[in-house]
Design a protein around this ligand. Structure first.
Ligand SMILES: Nc1nc2c(ncn2[C@@H]2O[C@H](COP(=O)(O)OP(=O)(O)OP(=O)(O)O)[C@@H](O)[C@H]2O)c(=O)[nH]1
Ligand SMILES: [Mg+2]
Length: 309
């Protein structure tokens, strides 16, 4: 897909955010002064967008440091300054050496974690389609054996995208499926192995223990794998999602975040608080249900799409 079309989808996907808090911020300084009241309103808008208290404080501090000079258009000036501060913040915490090394091993193994319903399976399907379109050999592993429907859903993506799926029956040991997936990836010269996992088990402790076991199986089969451990979060769950992320981060290594369903919420500011509070880069964002709606996260184009009229 052409870069321009990609950007248009991103813009479209962020329209709920643009129509709510972003536009509101744009109007605060119209016919107004750069004063405490206006700055307070801006702060409130950021908080309402789920930017989070800590990240909002930082953004506001950056803005207060640079009082506007003589300007024709204060609203425009403040908007530009806020955008620059956001880009800096989003970029600052995005250390992406991982991204540059992507696919530098074969098979490149990615495991997807996250509570139920956040979009793990859909994200795997979209990413599989994208890698496949790039000419890569992709294999999927149905590591969520908790429900038969989960296996069928991944299978359906495999068929739609034209990639194989390693699966066992519902109720099987997830680690055994993952073991088979690792073996198949090595023997079939697979470039990218995408592993789905359950978002729901009998208890949270059980879930975390299962994930650790899966990890051990992967590492035993390939010493430097998994190469990416992506935690999938639903943007519309806001600060709750952040809490989920903390639980996962304590239990296991997370290399990056996939933030889905940004199209379904006006509280996309949560992306800023996620990076700020977790110190884990957002690698991909989901802005819709189509394959092209999963996009690599880039701070500049994200902020530009958010603010562009
Ligand atoms: N609008 C929108 N919907 C999405 C996005 N990502 C996923 N979804 C939808 O969210 C729903 C749940 O997605 P799944 O991929 O099944 O989530 P999961 O994490 O695998 O869920 P479990 O298997 O139950 O743990 C589906 O209806 C997806 O189509 C997105 O970026 N935007
Ligand atoms: Mg699933």
């Amino acid at each position: 897909m052409a870069v321009g079309a990609f950007f248009q989808r991103l813009k479209q996907g962020l329209s709920k955010n643009r129509e709510s808090w972003v536009q509101k911020i744009g109007t605060i300084f119209q016919n107004r002064q750069w004063d405490e009241q206006s700055l307070d309103e801006m702060e409130e808008s950021l908080i309402s967008a789920d930017v989070g208290v800590k990240a909002t404080d930082k953004l506001m501090a950056a803005l207060r440091r640079q009082a506007p000079g003589e300007t024709e258009d204060l609203a425009q000036d403040m908007s530009a300054k806020l955008q620059a501060a956001m880009v800096e913040m989003l970029r600052g915490s995005v250390a992406t050496p991982k991204r540059a090394r992507r696919l530098s091993a074969q098979p490149w193994v990615i495991i997807f974690l996250g509570v139920n319903g956040v979009g793990k399976t859909t994200t795997i399907g979209k990413l599989a389609a994208q890698y496949r379109n790039d000419g890569k050999k992709v294999l999927l592993v149905a590591g969520d054996t908790f429900r038969a429907a989960a296996i069928e859903q991944l299978d359906a993506w495999g068929q739609r995208v034209g990639v194989d799926v390693v699966k066992h029956k519902a109720g099987a040991d997830p680690s055994a499926v993952v073991f088979d997936g690792m073996q198949a990836a090595k023997s079939r010269n697979v470039d990218v192995l995408l592993i789905d996992t359950a978002g729901r088990l009998h208890t949270k402790v059980h879930l975390i223990e299962e994930l650790k076991k899966i990890r051990r199986v992967i590492t035993r089969e390939l010493a430097d794998a998994p190469h990416e451990t992506l935690l999938v979060l639903d943007a519309s769950t806001g600060q709750n999602g952040l809490q989920q992320a903390r639980v996962f981060k304590e239990a296991t290594d997370i290399s990056g975040i996939v933030l889905t369903k940004l199209d379904g919420t006006a509280k996309g500011g949560v992306i800023i608080s996620i990076q700020e509070e977790l110190g884990v880069p957002v690698e991909y964002i989901g802005v819709g249900e189509e394959v092209e709606d999963l996009q690599p996260f880039e701070a500049e184009s994200f902020v530009q799409a958010l603010f562009e009229k």
